[in-house]
Design a protein around this ligand. Structure first.
Ligand code: GLU
Length: 451
């Protein structure tokens, strides 16, 4: 048998050759392969080239790319590209969000779909992994334009999805408004009230309580678990949060509920720092109601807040950090600044926000680092709870969903922590989460034959 390291190198080189010009996908794959050597050594059946288990995990089951034509308010026709990558359904229907952002391309969707497979496995719930989206930019578009775009997008997507097949949800640029338009079009085309085909629906029509809050809440709960291992609590700590979307807003809310003081929020133009701590009601008004920019927060908040154009939240000293915006937003230089500023724990609310060099730096500096696959799994976990409620035609109380979310986050933390220890990497949540997710999917794949 080949040395596990050589086998992993071969797999990485092969993926890079077969998927050219997809740097984010290469990065996500490499990050997983880099942690698998111990499990390959312990369980040679995973590594055997004759079984091609990892080759099957690295190749999406299906990739759909389609044209999305739509008409703007002035009557001009635009053409965007739509994607759905159905990565792996060994554990359940494909599950994962849709992202509408100009940076979306096939490589970005594949990186997100690949991560989703492991994240969803870690939740312990019956969901496979997939992701989709479009290079459509919703910024500055009217509700009517967004609706027409969503209707056109669903007019192709509907034939590929279903409650037992593939269940999309939100991600960057896709929230309650977009899910509503997408669901309406699905219902109209198929003539089916199939609540379980999408998650993130409105609470009045099949959505789950706490779904909007779940990713941010879960990321804070994960940080609390990491701190508890070190004998600390969030109460009284300062926090830096990046982003100002759904994940960031509810990260801030849960931090405040647990007695921590979140100081920042950001968007692509810069960040706000508020010495008194973020006024969540004001930030929500600007972001959720007015769909405005964080710079307006500083103007309206009065003396305690400043807007730093082009700045990075990581330059603000704080005890805990929550990258909650987008991929590769936290570089090695940012990690250095955070460690100098006394950071103790980092919890990834976004997908792959920390660059590999920054992750290494945190780990070498002894910082508790919670990778997105584990730390931000609360969102998709509550999506799976939404599917369960839909299947039973019931809706649970907010308290019940929140209790379930808390117990799922505790169990994800415990599994990642125990798996890391079992494979001689104590405290390394990246290794623990990757191996635990991998084992679950790999065992299902092996049991189900060559598919
Ligand atoms: N987009 C979210 C994620 O990255 C949620 C996906 C879902 O709820 O299906 O996990």
């Amino acid at each position: 048998m080949k040395d596990p390291k050589d086998r992993l190198d071969d797999l990485r080189v092969d993926v890079e050759r077969r998927n050219p010009a997809q740097p984010e996908f290469h990065q996500a794959v490499r990050e997983v392969l880099d942690t698998l050597a111990p499990v390959f050594a312990a369980r040679p059946e995973y590594a055997d080239p004759a079984v091609a288990l990892v080759e099957r995990l690295l190749e999406p089951e299906r990739q759909i790319v389609f044209r999305v034509p739509w008409t703007d308010d002035r009557g001009r026709v635009h053409v965007n590209r739509g994607y759905r990558v159905e990565f792996n359904s060994a554990l359940g229907p494909f599950k994962g969000g849709l992202r509408f952002h100009p940076s979306v391309d096939i490589g970005v969707v594949k990186f997100l779909g690949f991560e989703q497979v492991f994240k969803n496995a870690l939740t312990g719930l019956g969901i496979g992994g997939g992701k989709g989206g479009s290079d459509f930019d919703p910024h500055g578009r009217s509700d009517a334009e967004v609706m027409r775009f969503c209707q056109s997008f669903m007019t192709e997507l509907y034939r590929h999805i279903g409650e037992h097949t593939d269940v999309p949800a939100g991600d960057i640029g896709v929230g309650g408004r977009e899910i509503g338009y997408l669901f309406g079009q699905y219902r109209r085309i198929t003539n089916r009230w199939e609540a379980g085909v999408l998650t993130g629906k409105g609470v009045g029509w099949g959505g789950s309580a706490i779904r909007p809050e779940a990713t941010g809440y879960g990321s804070v709960l994960f940080a609390a678990e990491m701190l508890a291992v070190r004998g600390t609590v969030l109460d009284g700590l300062t926090a830096v949060v990046s982003g100002s979307g759904n994940v960031a807003l509810y990260t801030i809310e849960k931090l405040q509920q647990l007695g921590a003081n979140p100081l920042t929020a950001s968007d692509s133009q810069g960040y706000v720092i508020d010495d008194k701590g973020i006024d969540l009601a004001l930030l929500r008004q600007i972001k959720e109601v007015e769909r405005g920019r964080v710079s307006e927060y500083a103007q309206r908040r009065g003396g305690s807040a400043r807007f730093i154009p082009g700045g990075r939240v990581w330059e603000v000293p704080a005890d805990v950090a929550f990258p909650s915006a987008t991929q590769n937003e936290l570089t090695e230089a940012d990690a250095l600044a955070l460690v100098r500023g006394g950071v103790q724990a980092v919890s990834e609310g976004a997908n792959m926000p920390t660059t590999p060099a920054a992750v290494r730096f945190f780990q070498q500096s002894g910082i508790a680092f919670g990778p997105g696959k584990a730390a931000n799994a609360g969102g998709v976990a509550v999506s799976a709870l939404e599917m369960a409620q839909n299947a039973g035609r019931v809706s649970w109380t907010a308290q019940r969903v929140e209790d379930e979310l808390a117990s799922i986050m505790r169990s994800i933390h415990a599994v990642a922590h125990e798996t890391a220890a079992r494979y001689d990497a104590p405290g390394d949540y990246v290794t623990g989460a990757n191996i635990a997710g991998f084992e679950r999917v790999a065992d299902a794949l092996l049991a189900q034959g060559v598919i």
